[in-house]
Write a protein that binds this ligand. Structure first.
Ligand code: FES
Length: 159
């Protein structure tokens, strides 16, 4: 479904609800209880939508933002972990996980637009995984946490 077809469907739904969208017609938003500059926040806005398609469209744009958030510095030292051969791991990219260095789903619930890095190892071994999220060799530590940029950064601040 393209954005154009969604718009056409929404206009059709508005016509079905008796709302005119023709140029020169009265603005259908004029009857809304809130002026434009005090639009209610996301959950309240759902109540004023007329079509289930509008609800789906608004939730999609809210939850799957096109502009990803910046990763946060989770810690300033890497974490040593033993990786087991053949196991798939999900390394936290966003820096918001409470189970560093692995993903706990926070990237989704905090609507970051970021995704974890999935990786698998061929042999069982101990490695240092990055937690500053600035490594150039993700998910492995490359020593970037010792750089001035990371040393000056606060834990929990964006990169
Ligand atoms: S919680 Fe950070 S990538 Fe999933």
């Amino acid at each position: 479904m393209t954005l154009g077809s969604v718009g056409a469907t929404l206009r059709g739904a508005a016509r079905g609800a008796g709302v005119s969208t023709a140029p020169g017609a009265a603005d259908p938003r004029a009857s809304q209880p809130f002026p434009e500059h005090v639009r209610p926040r996301f959950p309240q806005r759902l109540l004023e939508l007329e079509s289930p398609l509008q609800v789906v469209f608004l939730m999609h744009t809210k939850w799957f933002s096109k502009t990803p958030a910046k990763p946060l510095v989770a810690q300033k030292t890497p974490i040593k972990v033993e990786l087991v051969a053949g196991t798939t791991y999900r390394w936290c990219v966003c820096g918001r996980s409470k189970k560093q260095p692995f993903c706990d789903g926070s990237h989704f619930f905090q609507r970051t637009g970021l995704s974890p890095l999935k990786f698998k190892v061929q042999e069982t071994r101990s490695v240092f995984l990055c937690t500053c999220k600035a490594t150039q060799k993700p998910p492995y530590c490359d020593g970037t946490h010792k750089s001035e940029r990371i040393l000056k950064a606060e834990v929990g601040s964006p990169l």
